[in-house]
Design a binder for this molecule. Structure first.
Ligand SMILES: Cc1ncc(COP(=O)(O)O)c(C=O)c1O
Length: 454
């Protein structure tokens, strides 16, 4: 039985709150988990359970919970100036400083930023920037946008159109015209029979096929995450990105990288673009920009698009009330300072990342596990019915969700994406905590196998 307060929160939440991506009747029968506090890599629920947060919230609390410096930065800025807008030829000090700070840590050439509040609105801003750019260039026919199946870019009308998930399209009559999707470099699912490198360049050429099908003169941009996150931590073979880059250049298609998950140290560098040696024209960021402490996002523009937009004669008729919110900007600045002081931007590519990869790799021995993929502090453990044949369970058995629930009972928050169990712990995770994750995953896999009657 839940205690009285928990029961109260569950009751009012059930009655009045429609959650994201939720089957409401199902949640109503179970009741929400009420998270009340966080410290380091752990969160605590209202019933006193201490859970290791293997997902950093929603891939965002990169510096961990309980950072007083971030709270102080917010308090100080809020006391001095809680809000002012960046319309009408004004700015505020934290916003100007954050723009310059980002320009200093962004890949070379990405020197201007447009601020927003979420990954979704940032992707919509990127889409509009791309269309605006081709209009400025006098090539208005260049408007088609290509993205990938299982790509996740958000829920706005534009960003959901970029997203390559049918269950997010059909109920809303999306995608809009002009949005097209190609396959992804998901070697585990579709790369059978090809070695990694051959599969990587084959998957990249699906972009070329689509450009040729649509006509290069009509294609504005290709949008992609360096590693597809919410699609199931799909890590491309080394041959993939160089080939994508070559194709974008050949056909004069702008390359937009969505770094909402990969940015801010997740793959072992500030940017996934650095990890994969990508030279993007635009770069989208959110989540780790403030470690999730406040909502803030940004689109960074390279010289080609950024300078053209800057030099446009008419006003750039786009912007949000909270674009460049001074409190969120002050927190983002402090977050970047913490990351630099503690070396968090590269920590995932050092000993801790290697420990994470090698300890998780041991789980490949488990009869339920078809593959373990890791890069930096991102991982996916694929659960399968038949290990040798890499055969997944039928979707209606909901093996991933079963495993996720067992994992939480065992004190570890993992996310299930289909039957892939995903981990993205805070970048401050220690070796002992990685061992704790692996011990909990291992127990969870045994319990899941038992629940499946294996
Ligand atoms: C790669 C990527 N882009 C965009 C988004 C959307 O961000 P938001 O939920 O802040 O709108 C997400 C969210 O998970 C994401 O993973």
């Amino acid at each position: 039985m839940a205690d009285e307060r928990t029961a109260h929160w569950r009751r009012i939440d059930d009655r009045h709150h429609l959650h994201p991506f939720t089957t409401f009747r199902e949640l109503s029968a179970k009741g929400s988990r009420v998270i009340v506090r966080g410290e380091g890599c752990y969160v605590f629920d209202s019933e006193g359970n201490r859970l290791f947060d293997g997902m950093s919230g929603l891939w965002c609390v990169n510096v961990g919970y309980g950072r007083e410096r971030l709270a102080k930065a917010a308090f100080e800025q809020m006391t001095r100036l809680p809000y002012y807008n960046t319309f009408f030829q004004t700015t505020t000090p934290p916003v100007a400083e954050l723009a310059a700070r980002l320009a200093a840590i962004l890949p070379a050439g990405l020197g201007r930023v447009i601020f927003g509040n979420s990954g979704s609105d940032a992707n919509d801003t990127a889409i509009k920037s791309v269309w605006y750019y081709w209009n400025l260039e006098g090539r208005p026919q260049k408007k088609n946008i290509i993205a990938r199946s299982l790509g996740y870019h958000g829920v706005g009308v534009g960003s959901a159109s970029l997203t390559g998930m049918r269950f997010m399209h059909e109920p809303f009559d999306l995608p809009l015209a002009r949005f097209h999707h190609i396959g992804n470099p998901y070697a585990f699912a579709v790369g059978e029979g090809l070695d990694e490198e051959t599969f990587g360049s084959t998957a990249a050429r699906w972009l070329e096929d689509k450009i040729l099908e649509l006509g290069a003169d009509t294609v504005a941009a290709f949008f992609a995450e360096p590693i597809q996150g919410a699609g199931g931590v799909i890590i491309p073979p080394a041959s993939y990105w160089p080939e994508i880059q070559r194709i974008c250049r050949k056909y004069d298609v702008l390359l937009v990288v969505d770094e909402v998950i990969c940015g801010f140290g997740r793959t072992g560098n500030w940017w996934g673009a650095t990890t994969f040696a990508i030279e993007p024209d635009l770069l989208v960021m959110a989540k780790g920009l403030s470690s999730g402490y406040l909502p803030i996002s940004a689109v960074a523009l390279g010289a080609r698009v950024g300078d053209a937009i800057w030099a446009g004669e008419k006003e750039f008729a786009h912007g949000l009330t909270y674009a460049g919110h001074p409190v969120a900007a002050a927190v983002a600045l402090e977050n970047i300072a913490i990351m630099e002081e503690e070396g968090l931007e590269t920590r995932a590519s050092g000993p801790i990342g290697r420990h994470f990869a090698s300890r998780l790799a041991q789980l490949e021995e488990h009869p339920l596990v078809g593959e373990v993929r890791t890069r930096g502090l991102l991982a996916c453990i694929e659960l399968v019915e038949d290990k040798a044949a890499r055969k997944p369970y039928p979707a209606d058995r909901k093996v991933g969700l079963t495993c996720r629930d067992i994992s939480i009972d065992n004190g570890l928050i993992m996310r299930a994406i289909r039957d892939g169990m995903v981990l993205a712990p805070p970048l401050i995770v220690t070796e002992a905590e990685v061992d704790e994750i692996v011990e909990k995953v291992s127990r969870t896999l045994d319990d899941t196998a038992r629940a499946l009657g294996r």
